[in-house]
Design a binder for this molecule. Structure first.
Ligand code: AMP
Length: 279
């Protein structure tokens, strides 16, 4: 049985022993409802670290929509069973008042990279992410933190925060794990209807086609417009954004010499899906 710690004190006691023995600690922060994308992070941590802690915490501070927070799936028993297959050394699954006790009043806010795209669509979201990740790094005494490229902007925010605040944690970005039809794995996919699930891979297909066209020399604007059109025709209710950005700063970029990323968010069946790819 993998131990499930509920308090920072219990978690710290375990982590201190590992630290004292000179072991390298990896942390995989999640909000639970685990799928193969999350497990790929845990497996990579397992391969690279002496000790692996997976955190399961649906962080209220990063939800700008209370309905979304309420609807977020909570499947701890199934999550623990999946993590036993990796296996990880510990699960940290605190209640919100353990993470945000009465009187809590600090916010970690990362400027620049957290402002466009998701930052604009979900005000306060990245402050919530940056604050909880900073706290989880502190609580777990981690040497390495594993994050998915699926949430590309989040990964850049965490990289910047670790750099800016001199945190002694190496932030590692892991490849997006996809379903066989290309749809990026996400706990939100479970909320799609059968029809919606059948249409959902069009998001990845459309941005992949646009990236190919841009690489072949077509203009960004044309390629992106076509991708949005393809998605609307497939039945997406709303394309929030499809943008070609500098991969690190997330600022608009027309410099093909720098790594660039195409990022997209769109609504299908009342579910907000995001994805991104290198260009
Ligand atoms: P979440 O539970 O959605 O907050 O995700 C926890 C971590 O898993 C984040 O670092 C995500 O980027 C990562 N993740 C989620 N889905 C995938 C996926 N399909 N492939 C790789 N990593 C993922």
């Amino acid at each position: 049985m993998i131990p499930i710690y509920r308090t920072v004190a219990e978690l710290r006691a375990a982590a201190r022993v590992w630290r004292a023995a000179g072991e390298v600690i990896g942390v995989v922060p999640t909000m639970g409802a685990l799928h193969d994308g999350h497990l790929s992070l845990a497996r990579r941590a397992r391969a690279e670290c002496d000790r692996v802690i997976t955190t399961i915490f649906v962080n209220p501070m990063q939800f700008n929509n209370p309905e979304d927070l309420k609807k977020y799936p909570r499947t701890e028993a199934a999550d623990a069973a999946l993590l036993a297959t990796v296996p990880v050394d510990a699960i940290f699954a605190p209640q919100p008042d353990e993470v945000y006790p009465e009187g809590f009043g600090s916010v970690v806010s990362v400027s620049g990279v957290s402002e466009p795209l998701e930052g604009k669509m979900r005000p306060g979201h990245f402050d919530g992410v940056a604050t909880v990740v900073t706290k989880l790094f502190g609580m777990t005494l981690a040497d390495r933190g594993y994050f998915g490229q699926k949430d590309w902007q989040q990964l850049q925010v965490v990289q910047k925060l670790a750099r800016d605040l001199n945190l002694a944690v190496q932030v590692i970005g892991c490849e997006t794990v996809r379903e066989a039809d290309g749809l990026a794995m996400s706990s939100r996919n479970l909320r799609l209807t059968v029809e919606g699930r059948a249409k959902a891979p069009v998001l990845y297909a459309a941005i992949s086609a646009a990236a190919l066209e841009i690489r072949a020399g077509h203009t960004d604007r044309m390629a992106i417009r076509e991708a949005a059109e393809t998605m609307r025709e497939a039945g997406f209710e709303r394309v929030e954004y499809i943008e070609l950005r500098d991969a690190e700063t997330l600022m608009p970029s027309d410099d093909p010499a720098r790594p660039r990323r195409m990022l997209a968010a769109a609504w299908l069946d009342g579910v907000r899906l995001i994805d991104n790819i290198p260009v």
